[in-house]
Design a protein around this ligand. Structure first.
Ligand code: PLP
Length: 439
């Protein structure tokens, strides 16, 4: 640590009782090697993806950019505690102070840095709610890279200002599905009004990067190196907290903010230094941990990526258009999926309206308007604090407030005017989407 910023990222893999199953080549069903991944990622990140080192030093150039907003604040939510009348003590680690307003720049910056260092000229990516896109657009501007982003149609229409932010940072943004790629054209042919999904947008970005030798692809979540970059969150929190948490709660889309906050605490738990429960919260409309299956599936809708062993609803699953666009992903990080199978954390779901209710409550007490994604963590945190009010337990709860909702005020409008819907997910839709699993 120097000036409160960690000097290394923490890799949880060597501390696990068993390593996660490897990604497989869809043709040969053999583990993918560096050569298979080289068209998509720079060598340094491929190395980090399979690393068994516990710590990887953060390059000085990356630390220089991190310093623009890190360390991020760790705050005790005394006003929320008081409003709830709970004996629980609630802390939140706030990533909304970053330049893009979420935790995403923690990985966007090193990804852009390593690509630029290896001579890449163009990065392609997908974005759901726009947080990842704006983080990568910012990071590409730092290292003189061109940036092209496929934005999920539902968010493109709901969040025009996120798109403007990406454009201000210099990126090109297209709605997904688009007619610019084979994958997008195919979806549009079947369903011209498709709201899109992260899985479809990934197919488009991967297709374009794979066809251009000067281009690579960047992913904002799911992969091991992304989760590792996010551990700066948990390392800082460990150093900042005055008392150790009994429970840590975070929302999970692909799993990176949850992993980033929890992995350093899990390291201490596995070493016998700490007794802490970890709980992931996912949307009712896209419940990959709690209602998906643990199986090899594609990371994208068109089936262009390697096969990943993960909790999945099927790569053909298109989640309903909830406002938490960052949680609309059919799969889950393979590393977290493996750890869930090992029983290292719990998972629960929350509905959209109870999440916005929690978000408004948080805004009116603590003053921060949360992004729709972390309102899932807040809804669970508030429910737990109210359970403590009943039991009298003085539980210490740490929650991941991974972004602000300043670009999500249209969604808050819908909630406040009583026009927000819930999307309970019938079992038939899951069963149907699971038919798309590769045999
Ligand atoms: C992207 C995003 C998420 C979901 O991604 P994870 O990898 O699960 O963290 C959640 N919250 C915010 C604010 C995001 O930008």
């Amino acid at each position: 640590m120097s000036s409160g910023i960690p000097s290394s990222w923490y890799n949880v893999v060597p501390d696990l009782p068993a390593p996660p199953p490897p990604p497989l080549h869809p043709g040969t069903r053999q583990p993918v090697g560096p050569d298979d991944l080289a068209p998509l990622f720079p060598m340094e990140l491929i190395g980090q993806e399979v690393s068994t080192e516990r710590y990887i030093a953060i390059p000085q150039e990356v630390l220089d950019v991190y310093r623009l907003w890190r360390p991020t604040p760790l705050i005790r939510a005394r006003r929320l505690e008081k409003a709830l009348g709970t004996p629980a003590r609630i802390y939140y680690k706030y990533e909304g102070v970053s330049l893009a307003g979420s935790h995403k720049p923690n990985t966007a910056v090193p990804q852009a840095y390593y690509n630029a260092r290896e001579g890449v000229r163009l990065l392609t990516t997908e974005t759901g709610a726009g947080q990842w896109g704006s983080a990568l657009a910012f990071a590409c501007a730092q290292f003189d890279l061109e940036c092209r982003i496929w934005m999920v149609r539902a968010s493109y229409d709901q969040k025009p200002y996120r798109r403007s932010l990406m454009q201000v940072y210099g990126a090109t943004v297209c709605p997904s599905p688009s007619t610019m790629t084979g994958a997008g054209s195919k979806v549009l042919a079947d369903d011209p009004g498709s709201p899109g999904s992260l899985g479809i947008a990934i197919s488009e970005a991967v297709e374009v990067a794979g066809a251009n030798p000067d281009a690579r692809y960047a992913l904002g979540s799911v992969l091991n190196h992304v989760l590792m970059h996010q551990t700066v969150i948990g390392e800082e929190a460990l150093a900042q907290l005055e008392e150790m948490p009994d429970l840590i709660i975070g929302c999970t889309g692909g799993g990176s903010n949850f992993a980033g906050l929890t992995f350093p605490f899990l390291r201490e738990k596995l070493a016998g230094n700490l007794d802490v429960t970890l709980r992931a919260v996912e949307p009712e409309a896209c419940p990959s941990f709690t209602r998906g299956v643990y199986a090899y599936d594609f990371g994208d809708a068109a089936g262009l990526t390697p096969l990943l062993k993960m909790h999945t609803l099927g790569h053909g699953f298109v989640p309903d258009p909830i406002h938490a666009g960052g949680l609309r992903y059919h799969g889950m990080s393979p590393l977290l999926s493996h750890m869930y199978e090992l029983g290292l954390f719990e998972a629960v779901t929350r509905s959209q309206t109870e999440c916005f209710e929690a978000g408004v409550r948080f805004a009116r007490t603590e003053g921060i308007v949360p992004a729709p994604e972390p309102t899932h963590a807040l809804a669970e945190t508030i429910a737990e604090a109210l359970r403590c009010r009943e039991s009298g337990e003085e539980k210490v709860i740490l929650t991941a407030l991974c972004g602000h909702g300043h670009f999500d005020l249209a969604a808050y409008d819908r909630y406040l005017s009583g026009r927000m819907e819930d999307y309970p997910l019938p079992q038939e839709r899951i069963d149907e989407a699971l038919h798309s699993l590769p045999g």
